[in-house]
Design a protein around this ligand. Structure first.
Ligand SMILES: [Fe+2]
Ligand SMILES: [Fe+2]
Length: 224
């Protein structure tokens, strides 16, 4: 089967559509159910509930960024052998986005006002990484996923043991991110230079701190 070729205008419209869906709408998810779906909700103190909702807001914005990175990269990277795996990984990021949004709503929290800004920035970074060549682009995916995994571990330490819904989502996300990192490394991802890793860590620190405090109303009625 021959791959379909899109004009630059088609690509621009496709990317705009994906960006708007990611930030404001319902992105395309996989067949997997929300891991928290069958679990009972938990009584929590207001302070704990609010803190957990804010952590999930950070994770939600992280998934907005992940989606933007994958889309930006898809625009510029070649990656012929792993294209379908990358597409699957991007869809799994949409699952994460959906699960986080659903949990934020259940916890009475709100999504971040800054998501469009982070989407745009991450899209540009993804496109740059893709243009740098496949081994760097895949190395960038692997490093991003490792950093996300360590965030998730940190959040799992902060979320109360009895909050099984949040924990189930975070555990599944962590497993998925590890899978994405392994896929990128197995496909030839290179180890990034330390200054780039450091810059990525600093960027994510700015994101997590700002998103913890700034917010906008969450749309109700998501799955889960
Ligand atoms: Fe993710
Ligand atoms: Fe991932």
């Amino acid at each position: 089967m021959t791959a379909r070729h899109y004009s630059p205008l088609d690509q621009l419209l496709i990317n705009l559509d994906q960006g708007v869906r990611t930030v404001f709408g319902r992105p395309q998810v996989t067949e997997r159910p929300n891991p928290a779906k069958e679990l009972p909700d938990t009584e929590m103190e207001d302070r704990e509930r609010e803190h957990t909702a804010r952590l999930m807001r950070i994770n939600h914005t992280g998934e907005v960024c992940a989606q933007a990175l994958y889309q930006g990269q898809a625009l510029t990277a070649k990656l012929p052998e792993v294209r379908s795996k990358m597409d699957r990984a991007a869809k799994e990021e949409n699952d994460h986005l959906d699960w986080c949004e659903s949990r934020i709503g259940q916890l009475g929290g709100r999504k971040s006002l800054l998501n469009p800004l982070f989407y745009a920035g991450s899209f540009a970074i993804g496109a740059l990484a893709g243009a740098a060549g496949d081994k760097w682009s895949l190395g960038f995916v692997a490093e991003t996923e490792h950093q996300v995994e360590s965030h998730l571990e940190d959040h799992l330490e902060q979320v109360p043991e009895e909050d099984r819904r949040t924990r189930a989502i975070l555990e599944q996300m962590k497993e998925d991110e590890m899978g994405h990192a392994s896929m990128a490394l197995a496909a030839g991802g290179a180890e990034l230079p330390d200054p780039i890793k450091l810059a990525m860590q600093l960027t994510s620190k700015v994101m997590t701190k700002s998103v913890y405090w700034f917010r906008v109303e969450c749309q109700p009625g998501r799955s889960g």
